[in-house]
Each structure stands twice: as C-alpha cells, then as structure tokens.
Design a protein around this ligand. Structure first.
Ligand code: ZN
Length: 149
C-alpha cells in the first residue's frame, strides 16, 4: 500500500523510501531497558521497539516489525531522531510531532522535525495518521513500563 503524495513531493517520497528500504536501526536490541509492541489493526502494522536508556538518555533505540511504508519509515526516523536525546526531550519531541501531524493546518513546530516533515502528506489520508504515529505511541508506551533490566 503506497500513499499517493502530491506529485511535487518527490523529495519527501525519496526520504520515506530510503528509511523504508534501508532503515539504519532495525532489529532487536539485546541490551534494551524498555520494550513495547504496537499494533495498528486497520492497516496491519505491527512493530516492536527496543530502547536502551542510561543516565536518563536514550542511548539506543531500534525497531523491528512489519507494516506499510509510512509506518516503517516513521519508525526508522524515530530511531534516528530520538537517539541521544534525554527522556524528557524525547517525550517533548514525540508530543510536538503528534501535535503537528494531527492537525489540518499545523503551526510551525517548536522542535525541528527534520525528516518527519516528509510524512506531512498523510494528513490527506486520516486513516494513515495512525500508521505515522504507531512507533511514537509505542515509544511512549515502552517508557511508561517498568524497565526490563
Ligand atoms: Zn500502515
């Protein structure tokens, strides 16, 4: 299932495709401290997040799973963008992305959303917003759980 973004969004499509086909941080992380699974039944997306928090900093975060291009590209962007942030910064970043993508005409985001801006086209397909947010909701869920180590 491919989202049909506007024709002039070729750069955004390329960014999404790059993360979808060559995610830099995919696969289980053996030494994770937090873990959760996220499922989006309306699309069939199923992802797992492995997070290693140390000193209140997201030292590493990997994802695994199957899903559509939007879901997996968003998950891959998460693993790149949240790495190195403090837990508090990561939570603020997640909230900023959610605020930005769930409104029809967003204000400029208070944080630099970087490659996530490539996902803005899903606003035209409200059912796909869940795909874009799945990894981020799963990240939040994982942090809420007790550390596994
Ligand atoms: Zn999806």
């Amino acid at each position: 299932m491919v989202v049909d973004l506007a024709a002039d969004d070729d750069l955004y499509k390329a960014i999404i495709l790059e993360h979808y086909s060559r995610p830099p941080h995919k696969g289980p992380l053996p030494e994770h401290t937090h873990y959760d699974e996220g499922i989006n039944p309306s699309c069939g997306d199923e992802i797992e997040l492995f997070i290693k928090v140390d000193d209140d900093v997201v030292q590493e975060v990997n994802f695994d799973g199957v899903g559509c291009s939007i879901c997996l590209a968003s998950a891959s962007m998460l693993t790149k963008l949240l790495r190195g942030k403090t837990v508090e910064e990561a939570k603020e970043f997640r909230q900023a992305f959610k605020d930005w993508i769930t409104v029809r005409e967003p204000e400029p985001s208070p944080v630099d959303l970087d490659e996530l801006e490539a996902l803005g086209g899903v606003r035209n397909y409200p059912v796909r917003i869940k795909c874009a947010l799945l990894a981020w909701e799963t990240f939040e869920g994982a942090l809420r759980k007790q550390s596994v180590n």
